[in-house]
Design a protein around this ligand. Structure first.
Ligand code: MCN
Ligand code: CUN
Length: 797
């Protein structure tokens, strides 16, 4: 692993002791994780706890004729069986999705995807619950399934959502961004137009820990404690209160340690609601935990975008415009988690990192007989699809113009002086120096040398490819006037208290699934207050203990909650100034701050440290008017804009001419996420994301056969990468702070997943180009690569 340090820490300046940026502070959470002492939902065992299991539909589309639960109920270990009819009685058969659609909690009328929830058994143990599923007798009338989005709008397509009044087709929405007429004019004036269909297949985030919940409803005081695998506990609580009618103060949602989320744990699944109903009905706690197949077949998928891309340019390689028409397969219920204003997420960042004259996109969403959810899998709200499209199109253009793809990108980048840059579809990019990052990545790769090596190998008949991707992301949703989930605006709270002994606790509204928040958020407070990170406890994941906020997804924790934490620390610092002034019997305006202490201007020896002030705050001195005796503060941070991290990725592949097996030989990733809080954690995020990228580019896909059967329902079929398939990552970085973020940080959690697939696929196409290959769809399995090498499935560009 190579890390090219852009600026080397300078120990003489005390850099390595600074909490932010330089120090490779070890993660505070790891001592418990590496010893197997993490505390996950499935570790929770409550007195008298029962276990729930879900009966799932074996077919994709069918009318429910009847359910007979008599035999299951006769089993002595079974405590309750809940069906859609029972939920109808409670008004809970359907629940709102995060996109203002509704989803069946349990089927009442019709099965709409394979694996859909049909009944819920509550039993004394997990095995009894599972076994009892087989005792439920269900009669289905099978209907023709629709699993091909391209056929969803055909007049003879089966109508999936006949539950929605007046619905006669499978159309969900049409959404557009950019100026169509202006884009048409630019395309008409261009020397070159390249068109290509680019498909991002359905994939699944597949976190190590599946989804689950333990519901504990106390019938005496009416309080529901719900332990859940949730990336957004506060949003879940509010939505639960609205849907279930339980008063919000009587709901406590706890998300303990989470074994990976990757977007899979943003939504509210029927299982969470069923565990709750199970607990209310039985008066005992109920645990429900998915198995792997349930997770892969029934919870939030990602992508499933069919994109018709067009790029226009002058003959010397100045890109003029981009145009695209997208068919978005949303499955049986529109349940994508994204801001209401943006049914296609942030896909309209598809103008990428380039200075264009015009751009236009249209996205059409359709229903199919597939599991709902969507967006999830380190996607930054569809930025993944956008980046994949533009980076594939730029490479296609380079091939058409016979230009080097790096040179073409360098020629078209938005220049540093153009920031803040308003793009053609409505975003304002905050900051960037793309050329610098691209050149650093080329330097680490030894780009020119690689091209020479490629020529030599080609002469010997070897298939070596070099692929580039340069991406810009939109992460850190808010501001809340533009971004919401079900009307809840995207902002985050933080509460900070410095205890009398100078130790601190910061309470945040976002939720780690492995990203290391307990460490990095302590580092932010430490940077602002001078308290060592190990003396700062970060509390998250419990709605009874933390302030309201919208949670973790779209790499928004650092951009939004990180901003809140920096600001709340500054507020505490300000309050400390007044207390210090009282202690020093001077005026606050006569004090000056240096790391960890307020001192008298011009007399640095007279001052008070944070710990002294904290003790003073609860002591006996007379405090100034308006200052109460606690060193604490709270804020809600509504960010003025998103942050726009970016990166330059270069991938080198070798394709075996005999088998079509792709080997990723090298991968160079240079990221810019603004101010870097913890370089080690950032590197870990990048390594993980790059591994995701190898998975999606080479092996991951959820496919369906024509009967609607999900063919990716286990890890035997849905392949994920192992150490065998990944190279030794070579990472580097540049630092271009966000001008509007309190500490200049941008998000990093999804960058590598977003940025790496196009680099890998571009490298594969580059490797195969001597054979006339111009396009290939993911995943580039040996079979698909082989097909392409035989000249099939690859239309001319
Ligand atoms: N960080 C930093 N300096 C920066 C930016 C980030 O040190 N300039 C640190 C953060 O403080 C945090 C980590 O890097 O500890 C990731 O931060 P951020 O980019 O803010 O992303 P979030 O914390 O909001 O995490 C969400 C993001 C998403 S949306 C997915 S999907 C994903 C990802 O994180 N899921 C993950 N990375 C994951 N990593 C793990 N281990 N598990 C998941 O489920
Ligand atoms: Cu889209 S996956 Mo992350 O935003 O939780």
């Amino acid at each position: 692993m190579t890390i090219v340090e852009e600026h080397t820490p300078n120990p003489a300046a005390g850099d390595e002791h600074r909490p932010i940026g330089y120090g490779r502070l070890q993660r505070k959470e790891d001592p418990r994780f590496v010893r197997g002492k993490g505390h996950y939902v499935d570790d929770i065992v409550l007195p008298g706890m029962l276990h729930g299991a879900i009966l799932r539909a074996p077919v994709a589309h069918a009318r429910l004729v009847s359910i007979d639960t008599t035999q299951a109920l006769a089993n002595p270990k079974v405590v309750a069986v809940i069906t859609g009819k029972d939920l109808e009685g409670l008004g809970l058969a359907w629940a709102p999705t995060l996109s203002y659609d509704v989803q069946a909690v349990l089927v009442t009328d019709k099965v709409r995807f394979q694996g859909q929830e049909v009944a819920f058994v509550v039993a004394e143990d997990r095995y009894a619950a599972r076994d009892a599923l087989e005792l439920i007798d269900v009669e289905y009338e099978v209907l023709p399934p629709l699993v091909d989005a391209r056929k969803a709008l055909d007049p003879d397509a089966p109508v999936i959502r006949d539950d929605l009044e007046g619905r006669t087709d499978n159309h969900i929405f049409d959404w557009e961004a950019g100026d169509a007429a202006e884009t048409d004019a630019v395309f008409a004036s261009a020397d070159v137009v390249v068109s290509q269909e680019v498909v991002y297949p359905r994939v699944h985030p597949a976190p190590m820990e599946t989804c689950g919940a333990v519901a504990d409803f106390d019938p005496i005081d009416g309080k529901l404690t719900l332990y859940e695998t949730s990336q957004a506990p506060h949003a879940h609580r509010t939505i639960f209160a609205m849907v279930a009618g339980i008063p919000e103060q009587k709901i406590r949602i706890v998300s303990p340690d989470i074994g990976g989320g990757f977007g899979n744990k943003v939504g509210i699944y029927p299982g969470y609601i069923l565990a709750t109903v199970g607990s209310i009905v039985t008066g005992r706690p109920v645990k429900w935990m998915e198995d792997r197949s349930e997770n892969l077949m029934s919870t939030s998928f990602a992508r499933d975008y069919i994109m018709q891309g067009e790029i226009a340019a002058t003959k010397d390689g100045k890109i003029l415009g981009l145009r695209t028409n997208v068919l978005a397969d949303h499955g049986a219920f529109n349940a994508t988690a994204q801001p209401t204003k943006y049914p296609a997420g942030f896909f309209h960042i598809f103008t990428g990192s380039y200075d264009l004259q015009a751009a236009y996109c249209k996205v059409t969403g359709v229903y199919t007989n597939k599991a709902p959810g969507g967006v999830a899998y380190a996607c930054s709200f569809r930025v993944t699809e956008a980046v994949y499209l533009v980076e594939r199109m730029v490479d296609a253009l380079a091939r058409r113009l016979d230009m080097d793809p790096a040179e073409l990108r360098l020629k078209n980048f938005i220049r540093p002086e153009q920031f803040p840059y308003p793009n053609k579809t409505g975003w304002e990019y905050d900051s960037g120096d793309y050329e610098k990052t691209m050149r650093l990545s080329m330097e680490i790769a030894g780009y020119d040398e690689l091209r020479r090596e490629q020529e030599e190998r080609r002469a010997r008949g070897e298939l070596m490819g070099i692929g580039i991707s340069f991406f810009t992301e939109t992460v850190g949703a808010g501001p809340r006037k533009h971004m919401d989930i079900l009307g809840l605006g995207m902002a985050d709270g933080a509460e900070l208290r410095v205890h009398p002994t100078g130790k601190a606790v910061v309470r945040i509204s976002v939720q780690s699934q492995g990203q290391g928040h307990e460490t990095t958020f302590a580092q932010i407070v430490s940077e602002e207050l001078g308290i060592p990170p190990e003396d700062i406890q970060v509390v998250h994941g419990d709605t009874d203990q933390t302030p309201f906020g919208l949670g973790t997804y779209g790499s928004r924790s650092t951009p939004v909650s990180g901003g809140a934490v920096a600001l709340v620390a500054r507020k505490v610092r300000e309050k400390a100034k007044f207390i210090a002034a009282a202690m020093l019997e001077t005026r606050p305006e006569d004090l000056e701050w240096e790391k960890g202490r307020w001192f008298v201007k011009g007399d640095p020896s007279v001052g008070k440290t944070m710990a002294e002030i904290a003790l003073g705050a609860v002591g006996t001195i007379e405090l100034p008017e308006g200052i109460d005796g606690n060193l604490d503060a709270e804020v809600t941070y509504d960010p003025p804009n998103l942050t726009f991290p970016y990166g330059a990725y270069i991938c080198v592949v070798d394709v075996d001419p005999g088998t079509g097996v792709v080997k990723v030989r090298r991968f160079i990733a240079v990221d810019d996420c603004g101010t870097r809080i913890n370089p080690m954690i950032i590197e870990g995020q990048v390594h993980g994301g790059l591994t995701d990228g190898v998975g999606m580019a080479l092996m991951e896909i959820i496919e369906f056969d024509e009967d609607g059967n999900n063919l990716g329902g286990s890890f035997m079929d849905y392949l994920i990468p192992t150490a065998m398939e990944v190279p030794n990552w070579e990472t580097g970085y540049t630092v271009t702070p966000s001008p509007h973020h309190p500490i200049g940080a941008k998000g990093i959690g999804e960058s590598a997943t977003v940025g790496s697939p196009p680099a890998i696929v571009n490298a594969i196409i580059d490797a195969l180009s001597p054979l006339g290959v111009t396009t290939i769809d993911m995943p580039c399995t040996p079979a698909r690569v082989w097909e392409a090498m035989q000249g099939r499935a690859t239309p001319p560009v």
